[in-house]
Design a protein around this ligand. Structure first.
Ligand SMILES: Cc1cc2nc3c(=O)[nH]c(=O)nc-3n(C[C@H](O)[C@H](O)[C@H](O)COP(=O)(O)OP(=O)(O)OC[C@H]3O[C@@H](n4cnc5c(N)ncnc54)[C@H](O)[C@@H]3O)c2cc1C
Length: 649
């Protein structure tokens, strides 16, 4: 690459490699200058893609379609079980089909502002540009997006936007998109372009002479530990929201792949930037192990309110209008019920903390569809959200067509992740990260319907270009095979690690430790953080981690299916990540997006950024001690947009 902008960083490894030139031309400039690999040479390169969610499946299918040899890995039985399948509400794209004023530049602006000015302009603009291609790609694959009466694709609105740019397939958008990407993956599996390794978990990354040489995996059916070598490795392994134990993520989402890469030299960026989603079904009791999302799309037609009086005892339908507080509409009139997630979540928490919560535990707020049903009719509401209403009724035991849903914020998404440059390459050359696994384009808060957009942008439209730039110089050069001593050493380390979990023979399950860890992180590094709490967490987590090492009980052996053993490895990594999250939150002495430090708020209780000292990405380097990582900074400069205080009023 030529024409790289000279970005000032305090660490040479944190060169963002954003091309110079006008924002709108950067991606074209990159593509025009990127090194290519000719079609006959592509088959000489092996690329490992770990993860078969939207980011991984789209990357693996496209790279194979281009001619690279791809080995794809997932710990699931089927590629289709990736957590992406759970996505409900929709996917953004700046198509302006509604003619309501949308454009690439508006999507870019909304995303940067939504992320509270803590993301890179160059990356975000590219994301907005390629968003339009994603929809065409997915329609061509047969994804049944909702259509209007005339047959055109329909859109709805999501938080933090004043246009309707969200494409959807009822409340099952992720499922339909993943089926589309999976079809393409399957086609390549059939053609021999992709070899799929299912029930196979990445347990380490192998780095030789400073370059990613491959991965070490554990077969979840046999316990066999094996090495796989490649010219490049892509981690598309999802987010780490389950560090909180209770979250809307699929039960087995975890941080292991990203964390093991971090321990081998990949910097971990902004781990404290986590998203708490405002509309989830409130926790019903202490023993619950999963929380359920009610898609943000519901806020298109649902109105959020609480009783004005904390002592209110009447059922919702008997509370007259004048005794209700439609607090989002009152506080944020221009965005109303579609205020961004971080802001809506904090508003709900404040009211519940003040005693205005609803439901048997007074731990929720109402999301009320009565006005929409009166205005549009039940049929229309059912058409738009039918499956979500059904899911709610099954879980909460109440019919949301008749009584308002009860909702409360829950952990949902992680903006932090592996630091990547414009090419999606981590600080380990040859190791890339895509989708939720990278620290992404969402800054300190992700707008709704933008995760699917980013995952598919990374897999279909970014990596295929950037990876050739990295691979071309390796043509006809030999790369280490799995017989290299480093592969053997890392394999042995992995075997020893899993055996060590079995050998502890203590009294407590991995789940016990996970729940306890999650409580600490939720209490002190959740929706609100402060210095005292974070310091408390930083002292409590190592003590609990010591107990984990001494008192863990893993039943069974390492030679067959053993989910307790799998979980032990994942909880081990969550402990180390948890320490880093709290350290990151403590060091970032400002509030930005989802990172709300109570010490830094405006008189109106909104997040108060400190652009002078914290307008940067914090990227952490592993030092061998989870509680003592080294912090580096990538400065963020805003050339197109002016740093401004976010307002949704
Ligand atoms: C309930 C819910 C609803 C959502 N709805 C929306 C929405 O409407 N719109 C939107 O934009 N976003 C939504 N999101 C967010 C979005 O779904 C995710 O951010 C996105 O799907 C992540 O995709 P991914 O490909 O990066 O990772 P994932 O889909 O999480 O896939 C990760 C893959 O990595 C594999 N993997 C992980 N670790 C390992 C390992 N160590 N070894 C081997 N394989 C491994 C897994 O098997 C899996 O295949 C929602 C999230 C939730 C929780």
């Amino acid at each position: 690459m030529t024409m790289l902008e000279d970005r000032s960083t305090t660490n040479a490894k944190l060169n963002s490699k954003v091309p110079a030139g006008a924002l709108a031309d950067k991606w074209d400039t990159f593509k025009a200058n990127a090194k290519l690999v000719n079609p006959n040479n592509k088959r000489k390169f092996k690329v490992i893609v770990v993860g078969t969610g939207l980011a991984g499946a789209s990357a693996a299918a496209t790279l194979a379609e281009l001619g690279y040899q791809v080995d794809a890995f997932t710990f699931h039985d089927s590629a289709r079980r990736a957590h992406s399948i759970a996505a409900q509400g929709g996917i953004n794209a700046a198509k302006n089909y509604q003619g309501d004023g949308d454009s690439v530049s508006r999507l870019f602006t909304d995303t940067i502002k939504g992320g509270d000015f803590r993301s890179r302009e160059g990356n975000v603009y590219r994301l907005a540009q390629v968003s339009v291609n994603i929809i065409d790609q997915m329609v061509a694959q047969g994804v049944p997006f909702a259509r209007e009466y005339g047959g055109l694709l329909d859109n709805r609105s999501f938080g933090g936007a004043q246009v309707s740019r969200t494409f959807y397939a009822r409340g099952q958008t992720g499922q339909q998109l993943l089926l589309g990407a999976y079809q393409q993956l399957s086609r390549q599996i059939g053609l021999g372009g992709v070899r799929l390794f299912n029930r196979c978990e990445l347990v380490d990354v192998v780095v030789i002479d400073g370059r990613a040489a491959g991965i070490v995996t554990r077969d979840l059916l046999t316990g066999q530990v094996t090495s796989h070598a490649a010219h490049a490795v892509v981690l598309a392994t999802g987010g780490y929201g389950n560090v909180y134990f209770l979250s809307t993520n699929a039960m087995n989402c975890n941080v292991t792949a990203a964390w093991r890469a971090h321990r081998r030299g990949a910097y971990f960026a902004n781990p404290c930037f986590t998203q708490i989603h405002p509309t989830c079904i409130p926790q019903a009791d202490e023993t619950q192990s999963k929380l359920t999302l009610m898609s943000e799309s519901l806020r298109n037609d649902g109105r959020v309110w609480v009783p004005k009086n904390a002592d209110e005892t009447r059922p919702a339908h008997q509370i007259p209008e004048e005794d209700r507080d439609y607090y989002l509409e009152r506080l944020y009139p221009s965005y109303g019920n579609l205020a961004p997630r971080d802001i809506s979540s904090r508003a709900a928490k404040r009211l519940v903390d003040r005693g205005q919560g609803v439901g048997p535990l007074k731990n929720g707020v109402y999301l009320d569809f009565s006005a929409a049903i009166n205005r549009l009719g039940r049929n229309v509401v059912e058409e738009r959200y039918g499956n979500l209403f059904e899911m709610y009724e099954r879980i909460a035991g109440e019919n949301p067509y008749q009584v308002p849903m009860r909702i409360y914020p829950a952990t949902h998404y992680t903006m932090g992740g592996l630091w990547v440059d414009y090419e999606l390459q981590t600080t380990i050359p040859g190791l890339y990260a895509a989708g939720e696994a990278n620290f992404s384009d969402h800054g300190a808060n992700r707008l709704g319907a933008s995760a699917l957009m980013q995952g598919l942008a990374d897999g279909y439209f970014v990596l295929p270009y950037t990876i050739s730039n990295g691979l071309a110089p390796l043509l006809n050069k030999s790369v280490p095979g799995t017989d290299h001593p480093e592969f053997k050493r890392v394999e042995a380390e992995a075997r020893d690690r899993y055996q060590a979990y079995i050998n502890v023979k203590g009294t407590r399950s991995p789940d016990y430790f996970h729940r306890e860890l999650g409580k600490i992180i939720w209490d002190y590094c959740g929706m609100e953080r402060d210095r005292n709490g974070l310091e408390k967490a930083i002292s409590e987590i190592p003590a609990l981690y010591d107990e984990f090492k001494k008192d863990l009980r893993v039943t069974g052996t390492g030679e067959g299916v053993n989910q307790t053993l799998e979980k032990a490895g994942r909880v081990d990594d969550f402990f180390q990540l948890g320490m880093l999250m709290c350290k990151d939150a403590l060091t970032r002495e400002e509030s930005a997006g989802g990172h709300f430090r109570v010490e830094y708020q405006t008189a109106e209780g909104e997040a108060q950024r400190d652009d002078e000292n914290y307008c940067h990405v914090a990227a952490w380097e592993w030092t061998g001690d989870a509680n003592n990582a080294t912090r580096h900074e990538e400065q963020l400069s805003f050339e197109t947009l002016q740093l401004a205080t976010r307002s949704y009023k």
